[in-house]
Design a protein around this ligand. Sequence first.
Ligand SMILES: [Zn+2]
Ligand SMILES: [Zn+2]
Length: 362
Amino acid sequence: MECATVREESCCAGPSRAPAKIDTKPQEAKTPQAELMSQWADTIKKVIFIVGGAVIVFAAACNSLTWHLQSFWGASGDFWNRQWMKVYHLFGGNLFMLEVVGTQMVTFVFYWLFNAFFLFVDITGKPAFILKYKIQDDQNTPVPWPKLRKALQTVLFNQFFVNIPFAVFLYVMMQLRGCNISADLPTFKWVLVELGVFLIFEEIGFYYFHRLLHHPRMYKHFHKKHHEWTAPIGVTAIYAHPLEHVLANMLPPVIGPLLMGSHVAVLWVWFLIVEASAIVAHCGYHLPLLPSPEAHDFHHLKFTNCYGTLGILDRLHGTDNLFRESKNYPRHILLLGLVPLSQTFPDDPKQKRKDLEGKKAD
Ligand SMILES: [Zn+2]
Ligand SMILES: [Zn+2]
């Protein structure tokens, strides 16, 4: 699964922002050393911004939710502990059931609930106003049924025949690591620290496994299937060969929790964050207030750029060069208004004509 990202400019971006001007001044060529330094500086900035930003947003959302629950429903300070106790007792305190069955139930239900909205729009084309946020506006509107049926079959296969054995493997690994699965939750501050660590290992694991899958010897056997969708839709987040599903989607998110010896409840929260961001990254719509899916959508379109989840390692390795020159790059921000970014940063008409001619020639 891939996480959608929010770029640094997002804090100042909005519908009123004027389209980017094209700089016509001749640029001084950078030396390779200067280019490398600039890549490192950008990478460090991205790590601070993305990891710090994600932790702050998560903390603010949770604090605000807890405050509302306390204010309106009279919940006491240990609200989350009491909720967890209910779940814990629902599974009879059986740790295998909690880790294997519980994790599967939570992730399965969330995947289909979140995708239900995008599937409805992709199949019916309604509500029509959502279509103006489509990134590749001429693709999959509506999505062809045979292609969709094949995707649904593969996704269900992965959820039942890959996820469940993997959950058993994870249970054994968590037992060996001595992960915390008690009735008591860790402190909220510690959860934030762990989420920051998970995010870094997800970026490292996903980037390098994904690049490995693009090696010519691996690509045609294992990764080509996922790239059948050059304009992905939400449900194709885990449309993949089983080996790819394990390497790219299942392993990177569990590296952090295994290293940290995390509590199973934190694991559930983390898996839902990973699932949500993977679905958004593939959904094909750049919607207001959701992280930008432009980078991963570009990866599906062009194949050789934007391998990572956060864009940090792509910057470091220079595998975002085409993306940074593309029309999608200025749009790779958090949309804070209702005007689609394809209107704020319109296509270059000459380039659009070239693209159309290229498509006809194919
Ligand atoms: Zn993908
Ligand atoms: Zn790929």
